[in-house]
Design a protein around this ligand. Structure first.
Ligand SMILES: Nc1nc2c(c(=O)[nH]1)N[C@H]1C(S)=C(S)[C@@H](COP(=O)(O)O)O[C@H]1N2
Ligand SMILES: [Mo]
Length: 261
């Protein structure tokens, strides 16, 4: 058998794809704010997208994000994007310490659930110290504790036709309280050991500006994928029918769906 030869060829192809994707991602991410206002920006991303997905499948999916020591923690974990959803519903949750909050988990699952914070805290937990990278050009290292997404999947049992997980958030992006922030990941990423629904940051309950009571950590992707203020989780076969159809609030404005770091 010529196995070593085949392996060598696969490695060469991986290196090629990695280099090409790095170039494509650098292009797509440079000067994001200005580019996103021009009409050709989404088309560049469309061109990079199939390649990014292919690379992720070949080289990225088994990789783990670097984890750090307590001594590496940033003095402060800044807030970005929405700092407070400020809706009547959210304010009411904050007022009673999220005792009435429920995380709805449904869609294409065998056993839909509505989980209180106490129930989420009673599930298996994982703690990880990781670096958050925002496309706007800042990073911070924080210690996150939460429920591994895989444990949640064991609880609700996704059906065979579920391919993506959509995370619906509490914060409206429009002034009339519509256009809620949302994000999506595929089931490979959902099952990854470092993908957790975090309820603690740096040893204390998640502060409001960082996404209380629950935010996603999907450590091998950029900051905007890490949905804060999550209220519902929906397993779907496709996200084409949700909002702008590109799988997330920022994706609908032209950002990449696969935001690998
Ligand atoms: N619901 C919601 N999630 C969100 C955002 C947001 O505005 N709303 N901003 C995203 C972006 S761009 C980043 S960089 C991180 C910021 O997380 P932090 O506020 O804990 O720093 O949250 C992400 N998740
Ligand atoms: Mo961000």
């Amino acid at each position: 058998m010529n196995r070593p030869f085949r392996l060598r060829r696969r490695n060469a192809r991986r290196r090629f794809l990695a280099a090409t994707a790095a170039a494509a991602s650098a292009l797509a991410l440079s000067g994001c704010d200005n580019l996103s206002r021009s009409t050709w920006f989404p088309r560049i991303l469309d061109a990079a997208e199939p390649l990014n997905k292919a690379v992720a499948k070949l080289i990225g999916r088994r990789a783990v994000a670097q984890e750090f020591a307590e001594s590496d923690l940033s003095p402060e974990f800044r807030s970005n994007g929405t700092a407070d959803p400020g809706t009547a519903q959210y304010n009411a949750w904050v007022a009673n310490g999220f005792a009435d909050y429920r995380l709805a988990v449904g869609g294409l699952v065998e056993a839909p659930r509505a989980l209180s914070l106490a129930e989420l805290r009673a599930l298996p937990a994982r703690t990880q110290i990781t670096r958050h990278d925002c496309v706007e050009g800042w990073s911070a290292i924080g210690k996150w504790k939460g429920v591994p997404f895989a444990a949640l999947m064991e609880l609700v049992r996704p059906k065979m036709d579920a391919r993506y997980v959509v995370l619906h958030c509490a914060d409206p992006m429009a002034s009339d309280d519509t256009d809620l922030y949302y994000e999506s990941i595929d089931l490979d990423d959902a099952r990854h050991p470092q993908t957790i629904l975090a309820y603690d940051l740096n040893g204390a309950p998640l502060p409001v500006p960082n996404g209380a009571p629950i935010r996603l950590r999907v450590e091998r992707q950029l900051g905007y994928k890490h949905a804060k203020f999550v209220t519902a989780i929906e397993f779907v076969a496709s996200f084409a029918h949700i909002a702008g159809g590109r799988g997330g609030y920022w994706e609908d404005q032209g950002y990449q769906w696969w935001a690998g770091i």
